[in-house]
Design a protein around this ligand. Sequence first.
Ligand SMILES: [Zn+2]
Ligand SMILES: [Zn+2]
Length: 347
Amino acid sequence: MVATKGYAVQSATTPAAPFAYEHREPGEKDVLIDIRFCGICHSDIHQARNEWGNSMYPMVPGHEIVGTVARVGSKVKKFKVGDIAAVGCMVDSCRECASCKAGEEQYCDRGETLWTYNGRDKQGNLTFGGYGDHIVVDEAFVVSVPKNLDPAAAAPLLCAGITTYSPLKHWGAGPGKKIGVVGLGGLGHMALKFSHAFGAKTVQFTTSANKVEDAKKLGADEVILTKDPDWHVKHEGTFDFILDCVSAPHDVTPYMALLKRDSTMCTVGIPESPIQLPAFAVAAGRKSFSGSAIGGINETQEMLDFCGEHNIVSDIEMTSFDKVNEAWERVIKGDVKYRFVLDLKTL
Ligand SMILES: [Zn+2]
Ligand SMILES: [Zn+2]
């Protein structure tokens, strides 16, 4: 077994605190990674506090993981000791169903997507994530980080990056398209960077005037303030796709009116309460409201390679393990530009 030190929560109401645990001894297809950096995702907090109702404890959160390969099993082909490797939100799936075969392991038809933490593997063991100094993962679920990227700033690409890259690709963001991004946080700032890099006309929606300059720096061609009651009227029917990155409950109806006929608005913010959508908002113009969850393993590698070519990383604030509970409070308040990253040296 691989002795591991990290931070865990022991229940929905206790803070994250030091915790010693073990990962399995690496098998022949496994990679042992010495974790160097782990991003803090809002879903770490949702799950630590059992806000989705499915939490298992003890829980070691973290699914934006970058580290150095320390050991490989005898049948590992993709990695060698010393490589910079990354792990995102999932570490296994059934690998046999139509979705898994299509490279969409996050949508495994058998519901066997194994989450990096707060999951239970086939042996019945809890999975433990990136708030710890090691992880053991089958190489099929490990990806490579381009050498030119700062490994700390690359960590959030593993969740915030792929979560926004995948729907922008799926719905055809590119030259000649007008793309809207709702919300400027961990997800929204990555959506701006990708949409801009894909060559789309990129528009940021925000309620706060003090975010206008930042949005433009991050890749927005235009920023629309959504404060006045009639803010949407002059923009109606002009958007090819809108990516909604807001996790707090909010009214999506005005955004539906902004879409062109047959166009889609997609949520990746996943608010806790049901989204209210009047039927006329989709019927008028045959529009769609959709959702999207991360991306498959091949697409995650494609995204990292794209980031390597275009020099895209997340804008980050480094933090340390002794401040992790404080960092969580700041994430809840939206008080970070735009992603916290834990340095494992501070463990
Ligand atoms: Zn995440
Ligand atoms: Zn499957």
